[in-house]
Design a protein around this ligand. Sequence first.
Ligand code: APR
Length: 308
Amino acid sequence: MKPKVTVIGAGNVGATTALMLSQAGIADVVLYDIAEGVPQGKALDITEATPLSGRSVSCRGTNSYDLTAGSDIIVITAGFPRKPGMSRDDLLHANTRVIREVVTCTAGLSPECIYIVVTNPMDVMTHIAWEACGFDYRRVLGMGGILDSARFRTFISMELGVSPADVNGMVLGGHGDLMVPLPNFTTVNGIPIAKLLSASRTSALIERTRNGGAEIVSLLKTGSAYYAPAASTVQMARAILLDEKRILPCAAYLTGEYGIQGVFVGVPVLLGRGGAEKILELPLTQDETTAFAASVEAVRAMLDTIQR
Ligand code: APR
């Protein structure tokens, strides 16, 4: 039997994730949304592309949670996107209600699933999803670090005129303005970035990475980024379904790693069929440690404003 991935929310991120999953041919997909007809229409459109991609997978759209039963992965993109001038934090309370509803309605039908939370503010929404399902914390993950590091990698590749495939990078912390890009763990095919870029250029690219989401929002005017977020989500789903044991930056629950407990935040995670199978602890500089702690505190402060 093929793996089954449910995508909750058939908006820009959700539908693009469903399309990319289908085109990768790694799972049958169920696309759920509260908007009547929308998931059905988009799923049919995605299905009609399968003869062209040559993939033997299905994509079904629904307004009923029944069809999500037995999912291996549930991706949550449902909620409200960021509008210009709106911070991720503004979305907090509205999206908390959505996440609780979605998880409450899906966890019992897919008791073995792994949740990947995309809805912003992502680190906090991941925590809310974990509390709502009561699963082992290793089976709840948030997508943010892969996207942030993909942006950092893109900007470095554009600056140096090299293939983005050759740039590797790591971004830790919350998926917000206080994220912590790590130039010390960023290389171009093994060459440390410090050998190729001046400190001031690296700082400028870090700043652009921090504002990467906002840069797209201000260009689009309505809505936020979705192609790179969807591609990042699919990389996580693939690593889990194929038990790839990839090391990718994801929001995972910390139980003392980096001296931090009881919060979901971006760290390097070994991703496999068990979800967040291991968290890797990188040796950080004093400045990085301070920046990481500030980012964690920002996530915690937001979490504390939610009634639980
Ligand atoms: N249950 C299911 N779907 C819902 C619910 C709900 N309770 N509430 C809203 N939705 C659906 C909407 O009907 C819409 O189709 O979620 C979808 C959101 O889609 P978009 O508005 O296009 O937002 P999108 O750009 O996909 O972003 C979704 O991902 O990156 C984050 O910040 C972004 O939090 C946002 C999320």
